[in-house]
Design a protein around this ligand. Structure first.
Ligand SMILES: [Mg+2]
Length: 163
C-alpha cells in the first residue's frame, strides 16, 4: 500500500515567498481592496513564489493537512502576510518563532498525534533539513522556492522512503 504524508510542513522565507520577512520587507503590510495587491510600509509589492498559491490550493483540495514552521523573529509580520495572502485556511498548524526547528516539529507531533515518519517537510536551509531529518521526518531541501515540480519531487521521495 502506498503511504502518503499525513502532514506536509513548509518553511516560509525562501520556501513559500522570495524574501526574509524580517529583513527585505517592512511591516505593516496592507492589501489593496480593489486590486488585491499586497504591499509593505514603503509600497514595495509583495508576492509569493508564482506557483505557490496553486500548489497550496491543490494540496488543500486533495485533503492534505498542511503546516508552517518558521524561525523568523518577525512573528507578527509573518502572520499578517499569511492572513493577507488568504492562506490561513490552508494551514492547520503554525509554529512561527526563532529557535531550532526540532522545537517546532515537537509541537506538531504533540498537537497532531502523528509520528514524525508521517511528516514531509520543505525548507531552503540545510541546517533545518539536518536537524529535522534526525527526527525521522522526510525532508526536502528547496533550491528556488516551492513549485509544483518541487512538490512532486517531495511526494515521490516520501513514497519511495516508505515502500
Ligand atoms: Mg527559509
Amino acid at each position: 500500500m502506498t503511504r502518503i504524508p499525513e502532514l506536509i510542513v513548509f518553511d516560509l522565507d525562501y520556501t513559500l515567498w522570495p524574501f526574509w520577512v524580517d529583513t527585505h520587507v517592512t511591516p505593516p503590510f496592507k492589501k489593496d481592496p480593489k486590486t488585491g495587491n499586497i504591499s509593505d510600509r514603503h509600497g514595495q509589492n509583495i508576492k509569493p513564489y508564482p506557483e505557490v498559491p496553486k500548489m497550496l490550493k491543490h494540496l488543500h483540495d486533495n485533503n492534505y493537512t498542511l503546516a508552517v514552521a518558521s524561525r523568523t523573529g518577525e512573528i507578527e509580520g509573518a502572520n499578517s502576510l499569511l492572513q493577507l495572502l488568504d492562506w490561513d485556511k490552508y494551514f492547520k498548524y503554525k509554529e512561527i518563532y526563532p529557535g531550532d526547528k526540532t522545537r517546532h516539529f515537537s509541537r506538531f507531533q504533540k498537537d497532531s498525534g502523528l509520528p514524525y515518519e508521517d511528516m514531509l517537510f520543505f525548507d531552503d536551509e540545510n541546517r533545518n533539513i539536518v536537524s529535522v531529518s534526525a527526527l525521522g521526518v522526510t525532508c526536502i531541501l528547496v533550491q528556488n522556492g516551492m513549485s509544483m515540480a518541487e512538490l512532486e519531487k517531495g511526494l515521490k521521495r516520501f513514497v519511495n522512503k516508505h515502500k
